[in-house]
Design a protein around this ligand. Sequence first.
Ligand code: ADP
Ligand code: TRP
Length: 322
Amino acid sequence: MARILTGVQSTGTPHLGNIIGAVLPAIEMAKNEQNESFLFIADFHSLTQIKDKSTLRKNTFETASTWLAFGLNPNKTIFYKQSDVSEVTELAWYLSCFFPFKRLTLAHSFKDKSANLKDINTGLFSYPMLMAADILLYDADIVPVGKDQLQHIEMTRDVASRFNNTYGETLIVPSSLIDTSIKFVPGTDGNKMSKSKNNLINVFLEKEKLKKQIMGIKTDSKNINEPKDFSSCTIFNLYKILAEKKDIEKLKNKYSKGNIGYGEAKQLLFELILNKFKHAREKFTYFQNNPEKVELALSQGAVKAKKIAQKTLKRVRAKLGY
Ligand code: ADP
Ligand code: TRP
């Protein structure tokens, strides 16, 4: 049995790209009875960028609601907020005393973020040590992450090995897992959909607002009855990710023959999204109206997570002589 753990930052409401690229694959993986899965919301990490209490809480709540709306089963997956298990900050401190400062200065994500942000705080710099603690605290074997996080996993492996070399086998050295089948979801401007760009589709919006986002997809200026290139069309590329094969073929045909205008194609995509995410939308609305259900799931997860965390920390403290 492998212990699989992953974390998500709560920097905004998850968009269609996050759902296809991260939420659905992780929920699928958690269904495998062979594995034990942990999923947490990295709300301590979010503090490196968000300094407003209500924004922080809202993001965490909406992120948690998204996972639950898409079917994460909190009885099977240990689902919690990072801030509910503050033991992680103690382990992060110990780890930081085993990791060379110079190596931390080489982190790509710090370089990228510090080039773009005004608030370059120490937390942003030591971010990888907190992330290593997130993983090592729970003896995780496998950590599914996006490519941009690979270096952080390498640092986690490195610091765990350094600790083990000094004190004997104490921490589990984890492996990363990159899902190469994950599709890249384009945003309304055709570039990768991202919270930091103004190109999102938020599948939880009320119908009229959602429609407006979809009607905002950029296209070329071909008329209704001109043949169109489906492969370079963002509407088609989004449709392709969500639709059944036979419907994709139908739409392809219409594009090639000039039997459809972009307005009608957008309407098809809008209906597909409503249809495909009907259940998740209903559940998300339910959680918005019943926030105590989300809080309950997270707090029950925190109790389970804390037990494991305290055991690991005890092992580490004993080695250190505390
Ligand atoms: P964002 O770029 O919106 O800030 P994050 O970097 O927080 O998103 O990504 C969270 C997760 O969602 C990662 O696993 C990432 O690979 C996935 N993801 C983000 N955007 C997309 C996208 N457009 N297509 C597919 N997956 C995505
Ligand atoms: N840094 C990750 C991201 O931005 C989120 C994260 C924090 C994480 N702690 C983690 C991911 C531990 C995996 C394991 O996406």
